[in-house]
Design a protein around this ligand. Structure first.
Ligand code: 3HC
Length: 680
């Protein structure tokens, strides 16, 4: 077998009558311009070569192709286009087989679909996840996939955007064979037996499955992002059209979506998520973590335990008394049982996960752990006492983490003799569901502790963002500024329903007052009481929330908060409390429309985000965007507050920032807006 390099990223070699074409474009074999050109050249060379009867495309033993090169979007297209390359493969007189060793995603699966046969490794995953990037497949996926696996399943895969494992793909008819190890030999064997082409364009989509049910599943409550709706439309309409017209319809829709603001926002988030765990200058290796201690069997502690046991970590769960511990373990059992009932976990896996937990009521049981995650009561005195004890009883090399959402991690670290091993691990509730994790790097946190926390986050499937110490770190600090502005707007003339309505129209799943009612108003009330002594009396302070709490209105759990429940009804009592507060503050209320509300609130958020950056609490603007999107319901379609700001007309943003400055008055600090790098 001789190796002849066609281009640096695509190489060909003969194996008997089969030409093996190998893509080598690490890390994921994205279909860059060089790869597309390389594939086309390899195909043409194979067609011209004497004695070649078939081709096999491979991305290596453990890879295939993860799709179009996302970094090329937003830049002028470089020929040949992916559809051109795939049409050349499908139209070639030579049969082509795809040897799928790993992820075949997006354009990668479309490449495999343009082939005449597909062999996959058992660990491969196949999918068309384009909707997650605000686009639809743009190289034949919406037309070829339904012809291979039927309309209903194609809608499920394309509109759902979730890849399927190789075995499931084989069950659907998406791959011809599944093998252990490198799929190349089996793919070559298949290629040797193929005598003609198996073009999907010659077929009509089989009418199998329940199309309406697949659409309903993709559009819960009749709603779905623009890309999902477009995908369904293109699949359905394309199925009734000649293949070439279906392809043209797909391409038009793809280009329109690719060039949209939403797709740019989603691409920004895709790249932001990947850069977040990369910390400049961090070279220390992560410490191996075996046994983990979790303190507190309440909502947070049990959620954190669930996240840890799902990844196979043994956990010692400590609660002050046996009754509390039993309640916590029962909650964990309940969550796992729900997953079993929904067929998302087997009964055996549930038993194995539960067996990883050792319940305890004594801190001394934490002596052998490698890491402690404290999720006890949110009170500095409690935490300092706990950490002083932990410092005494745990091994000197153990890492001590607090799950505090606001408190000063430096003050907590100070009571220990190992501040370099202390940091914050701020999980979001429910901790086993929410992907975001703020890793709080305190003044003396060492590189090893930070590297260990980042590695742990990856193992338990969390999206880690590193934050510095300040009140509320990245997320809660920005969210507080946003909430504060919302409360000022009430005094100035808005109602909770007007503010929530305006922000929900912007894309937040829930407005801030509805969120507060859901979370419980008592939590932030106790924080406000804690901070009351240090508040400068010259600062503007809206007391409406305090008035509601004093009346026992803690939100949904007490049947009333900013709204009346059930049914989230506007409440005249709340309106009166707002009017009274405005009168006390000498504010003349005036009508505020949804556009003004949006501008003001978003400007307040953007300003605080700029300050978080300026103060070094976040390392990059994109870190802030993913925290707000993944932890606080900022619409992904808008890319996060700083991405959104970078796309606004500067003058309008300045006007809104000026209005925030005016309304905030004493103590307002103006942040410097960062410039986001243009798409790379
Ligand atoms: N284009 C460019 N770069 C990509 C990429 C792509 N399609 N997919 C991944 N990368 C890059 C990442 O940005 C990252 O780069 P970095 O190291 O410089 O940060 C690197 O590859 C590794 O990616 P991950 O950190 O995500 O690695 P994992 O091993 O965790 O995951 C993966 C691998 C499952 C392939 C995951 O990267 C993924 O889901 N990629 C996106 C797949 C996708 O959405 N494909 C569709 C693209 S759009 C398309 O094909 C349009 C077509 O229809 C015309």
């Amino acid at each position: 077998m001789s190796a002849v390099a066609e281009t640096p990223v695509v190489a060909t070699r003969r194996q008997g009558r089969v030409m093996v074409v190998e893509i080598a474009n690490p890390p994921v074999n994205a279909l860059s311009a060089a790869v597309r050109q390389g594939l086309l050249s390899a195909l043409r060379a194979a067609e011209a070569a004497r004695g070649v009867t078939a081709l096999v495309l491979t991305g290596g033993a453990a890879r295939f192709v993860a799709g179009a090169d996302i970094r090329e979007f937003g830049h002028p297209p470089v020929p040949p286009s992916l559809p051109e390359v795939l049409e050349a493969i499908a139209g070639s007189p030579l049969p082509v087989v795809a040897a799928i060793g790993g992820a075949a995603l997006g354009g990668g699966l479309e490449l495999a679909l343009a082939c005449d046969g597909r062999v996959a490794n058992i660990g491969a995953s196949l999918g068309l996840p384009e909707v997650n990037l605000g686009i639809i497949p743009g190289a034949g996926g919406t037309q070829r996939l339904p012809r291979l696996i039927g309309l209903a399943r194609a809608i499920e895969m394309i509109a759902g955007g979730k890849p399927v494992p190789a075995k499931k793909a084989a069950g659907m008819g998406l791959v011809d064979r599944v093998v252990e190890g490198d799929p190349l030999p089996a793919a070559i064997a298949l290629a040797e037996t193929l005598t003609g082409k198996h073009r999907l364009s010659d077929l009509t989509p089989p009418a199998t499955g329940d199309v309406e049910a697949a659409i309903a599943a993709a559009c819960p409550r009749g709603k779905a992002p623009a890309a999902v709706l477009a995908a369904i439309k293109v699949i359905r309409e394309g199925a009734a059209l000649p293949f070439a017209e279906g392809l043209a319809l797909e391409r038009r829709t793809f280009i329109e979506l690719r060039d949209s603001e939403e797709a740019a926002a989603r691409r920004h988030l895709f790249l932001a998520e990947r850069s977040a765990p990369r910390i400049d200058g961090l070279s220390a290796p992560a410490k191996a973590i075996g046994l983990v201690g979790v303190i507190g069997a309440g909502t947070m502690g049990t959620g954190i335990t669930l996240a840890l046991i799902a990844a196979g970590f043994p956990v010692i769960l400590v609660e002050r008394d046996a009754a509390g511990l039993d309640r916590g373990i029962e909650r964990i059992r309940d969550q796992l049982a729900r997953r079993v009932a929904a067929s998302r976990l087997t009964a055996e896996a549930m038993a194995a996960q539960l067996a990883l937990i050792t319940g305890a009521t004594e801190l001394a049981t934490l002596a052998p752990v490698d890491l402690v995650i404290e999720a006890a009561f949110e009170d500095m005195a409690v935490k300092r006492e706990l950490f002083a004890t932990l410092d005494r009883i745990t091994r000197p090399d153990a890492i001590l983490a607090t799950n505090t959402s606001y408190l000063d991690v430096n003050e907590i670290a100070d009571v220990t003799t190992r501040p370099e091993k202390v940091l914050g691990l701020h999980f979001f509730s429910p901790a086993h569901v929410m992907r975001l994790l703020e890793i709080v790097r305190a003044a003396q946190t060492g590189d090893e502790a930070l590297a260990t926390a980042l590695a742990l986050a990856k193992k338990i499937g969390k999206l880690a963002v590193v934050a510095g110490v300040c009140d509320g770190f990245i997320g809660n600090r920005i969210f507080s500024a946003y909430r504060r502005q919302c409360e000022f707007l009430l005094e100035e003339g808005a109602t909770p329903e007007a503010v929530d309505g305006a922000l929900e129209a912007f894309g937040f799943a829930m407005g801030p007052f509805a969120v507060a009612d859901l979370a419980g108003l008592d939590i932030s009330w106790s924080r406000r009481k804690r901070l009351a002594a240090s508040r400068d009396p010259r600062e503007r302070y809206s007391s409406v929330a305090d008035t509601l709490c004093e009346a026992g209105r803690f939100g949904q759990k007490t049947g009333a908060g900013w709204y009346r429940y059930p049914g989230r009804e506007p409440d005249p009592i709340v309106h009166r409390a707002i009017e009274d507060a405005a009168a006390r503050a000498g504010i003349t209320r005036r009508p505020l429309g949804p556009a003004e509300i949006q501008q003001r609130v978003l400007a307040a958020m953007v300003n605080e985000a700029a300050l978080v950056l300026e103060d070094g609490i976040a390392a990059r603007p994109s870190d802030i965007d993913i925290v707000l999107v993944h932890g606080y319901g900022f619409p992904a379609a808008k890319g996060g507050p700083l991405f959104w700001a970078s796309r606004q007309e500067r003058a309008a943003l300045e006007t809104a920032l000026e209005a925030v400055a005016q309304s905030t008055g004493f103590g307002f600090r103006r942040g410097r807006l960062p410039t986001l790098p243009s798409e790379t």
